[in-house]
Unconditional design. Structure first.
Length: 117
């Protein structure tokens, strides 16, 4: 699990470069992974993988949400890959949507029934 910090400066202060921790290759790799995640959260447009890291939702749950059109996403018909605007995702998350598996399954089943008619 990654720990998010307010900015890179806070992250670097926690991992004091003068300490011996920087001499351990595993610790350096861990630090770089934390920095990578921190920087990925500054992106304005995210793909499914970025969104999964940002929200903690699984990729399969994100795909279910996109299929049911329950999550705000890009609407460019020329691009097959899904893209998400970070600001819209933040507003959507703050709106406290019901993301339970039970709710999604019910929505999926209703969608199937409506499409059969």
């Amino acid at each position: 699990m990654f720990v998010l910090y307010k900015n890179v400066k806070d992250l670097l202060l926690i991992f004091n470069f003068n300490s011996n921790i920087m001499n351990e290759p595993k610790e350096v790799v861990g630090l770089l992974e934390d920095i990578k995640v921190l920087l990925s959260h500054t992106k304005k447009v995210m793909n499914v993988e970025d969104l999964a890291q940002y929200t903690g939702l699984s990729k399969s749950k994100i795909y279910k949400l996109t299929h049911l059109k329950l999550i705000p996403m890009g609407t460019n018909p020329n691009i097959r890959q899904k893209f998400f605007d970070k600001d819209k995702i933040d507003a959507w998350l703050l709106g406290e949507p019901d993301l339970s598996d039970e709710f999604l399954e019910n929505q999926f089943n209703e969608n199937l029934l409506n499409n059969r008619k």
